[in-house]
Design a protein around this ligand. Structure first.
Ligand SMILES: NC(=O)c1ccc[n+]([C@@H]2O[C@H](COP(=O)([O-])OP(=O)(O)OC[C@H]3O[C@@H](n4cnc5c(N)ncnc54)[C@H](O)[C@@H]3O)[C@@H](O)[C@H]2O)c1
Length: 288
């Protein structure tokens, strides 16, 4: 998408953190903003520092009814949505025991919340907005916020990583599906970004476990506005994977190398899946 000026951008989880950084960067590029968050009060506060005409909507990404209402509201004002940023997400902090029982000890409500917000929220966003983009025939772009945890699964982060690997997978598949209709997909994979995320995740975990909550000491982290600027660049260039923290490259390489090294001889020598099955497993978005 060469020109962002005048385009309509919907951002979820826009009241703070990365979502607000995305909003600021898209506003600077001349886009019309439609900002949403489950926290309507914080969203109104955030919108005060953004251009006049910024639309705001309370939206829980888990609610199909909320999505219908918000998309209709934006269509009424602007006719449609050109760029969808599925950004809202939650964490749970590292499992208290990032040892042998970390994953097995995740409370069911935590697991469900992670998947509902981080994964189903993205599904509902795509389902609510992309058909309209296709119908208008003017192209468009989808930005899904995953994480480095969409490529790395360290001990203690199983639930969060499972949700973010899911975001990466559905986004790559979606990118291949939307190639022929001129709609791009970008997967934002940040490392540490300055926001309330870690604190809110740790608090959620502590409350659920009945432990007292002490805010963790936060190291310096990347500013959300810079992440937003990088995303605007990626939308312009139609980049699939958007890595903001190159210091994680050796860790991803270690994982990919381990996967590649695990390929060996067939379990049934002489047998091979058909060329059609293999072709159907490839993804044109990787080769673009
Ligand atoms: N901050 C980081 O270091 C970091 C790193 C990698 C990925 N991420 C991802 O970036 C995204 C944004 O995180 P952040 O760091 O800005 O966190 P944040 O907690 O500062 O902001 C998240 C926003 O999402 C909103 N939200 C939560 N649940 C929602 C729901 N059900 N419906 C709608 N809105 C909801 C919150 O109210 C909040 O305003 C998340 O998807 C997160 O997983 C963050």
């Amino acid at each position: 998408m060469d020109d962002i000026a005048g385009k309509v951008v919907l951002v979820t989880g826009a009241a703070r953190g990365i979502g607000l950084g995305l909003a600021q960067a898209f506003a600077a590029a001349g886009a019309h903003l439609a900002l949403t968050d489950i926290d309507g009060v914080a969203l109104e506060e955030a919108a005060r520092s953004l251009p006049l005409g910024t639309l705001t909507f309370g939206l829980d990404v888990r609610s199909p009814a909320d999505w219908s209402r918000v998309v209709a509201g934006i269509e009424e004002v602007h006719g449609g949505i050109d760029i969808l940023c599925n950004n809202a997400g939650v964490g749970m902090g590292r499992s208290a025991a990032s040892g042998p029982t970390g994953f097995a000890d995740i409370p069911l409500e935590h697991w469900q919340l992670l998947l509902d917000v981080n994964l189903t929220g993205v599904f509902l966003g795509v389902r609510s907005v992309v058909p309209g983009m296709i119908a208008r025939g003017r192209g468009g772009h989808v930005v899904n916020t995953a994480s480095m945890a969409g490529f790395l699964a360290p001990a203690g982060l199983a639930g969060y990583s499972a949700s973010k690997f899911g975001v990466v997978a559905l986004s790559e598949s979606l990118a291949a599906e939307l190639l022929p209709v001129g709609i791009g997909v970008s997967i934002l994979c940040p490392g540490g970004v300055r926001s309330d995320f870690v604190e809110r995740s740790a608090e959620r975990s502590a409350l659920a476990a009945g432990r007292p909550f002490t805010p963790p000491v936060q190291p310096m982290k990347m500013q959300a506005r810079n992440v937003g600027e990088r995303v605007v660049q990626a939308v312009r260039a139609n980049e699939l994977h958007v890595f903001t923290h190159p210091e994680y490259e050796p860790l991803v390489r270690e994982r990919v190398d381990a996967v590649m090294a695990a390929f060996g001889p067939s379990a049934e020598p002489g047998y091979s899946d058909t060329p059609a099955m293999l072709a159907g497993s490839g993804n044109a978005a990787y080769r673009r």
